[in-house]
Design a protein around this ligand. Structure first.
Ligand code: TMP
Ligand code: MG
Length: 211
């Protein structure tokens, strides 16, 4: 393109409980960025396409059992295996929009009763997201959107504990979005925030998560 290079790409992460609308908002943001001519990559974790991701998929679908710490480490390894690609995309000035990241990793394992610091350790040092959008929804409201699916963790009681851990992980720089608002309204809020902060982030070196 003839557009001058703007510096590195921006790493944007979406987090939230099941049925909070993460995937919809990721798609809407990716489509929007493409429509204004930006290079954008859409990633999601778990990435079920890799060998590690296949093991995670089997675990989530209940066809295999894995020890809690072991599955936690696989989720983390599944992020680490994509780090070279993420870094390359960002170096090339591409926006990287990610559906779930290390915060899901911590929230879901800590919700089983494990220590938050232990849960954070394997993901320490990952590329630190520039922006984290948290789609906030009560477990009750999430349930009114239809019953949960068949996968492991898709139970109201467990999701309630996941939400409690997310509350502990949230820091001031998280952008908390009311997930009960109209999806177009949410999308506008998200894209405005991103466009406002883009230039600032593109000039700051990428940081390392939890270091
Ligand atoms: P998905 O529905 O977004 O594909 O995610 C699958 C499930 O995996 C979801 O219940 C959240 C859970 N999960 C973890 O337990 N640890 C992780 O690190 C990630 C990314 C997801
Ligand atoms: Mg799911």
């Amino acid at each position: 393109s003839s557009v001058a290079r703007r510096g590195r790409g921006i790493l944007v992460v979406f987090e939230g409980c099941d049925r909070s609308g993460k995937s919809t908002q990721c798609r809407m943001l990716v489509d929007y960025l493409k429509s204004i001519g930006r290079d954008v990559a859409h990633l999601r974790f778990p990435d079920r396409t890799t060998a590690i991701g296949q093991s995670i998929n089997d675990y989530l679908q209940g066809t295999t059992e894995l020890e809690d710490h072991a599955i936690h480490l696989l989720f983390s390894a599944n992020r680490w295996e994509s780090v070279p690609r993420i870094k390359q995309l960002l170096d090339n000035g591409t926006f990287v929009v990610v559906d779930r990241y290390a915060f899901s990793g911590v929230a879901f394992t800590a919700a089983k009763g494990y220590d938050v610091t232990w849960c954070k350790n394997p993901d320490r040092g990952l590329p630190d997201p520039d922006l984290i959008f948290y789609l906030d929804i009560s477990t009750k409201d999430a349930q009114t959107r239809g019953s949960y699916g068949e996968e492991r963790y898709e139970k109201a009681e467990f999701q309630e504990r996941v939400a409690e851990i997310y509350e502990q992980l949230k820091s001031n720089d998280w952008k908390v979005v009311d997930a009960m608002k109209d999806k177009n309204e949410i999308h506008e809020e998200i894209r405005n925030t991103l466009l406002e902060l883009e230039e600032q982030f593109s000039k700051t070196p990428l940081k390392r998560l939890w270091t």
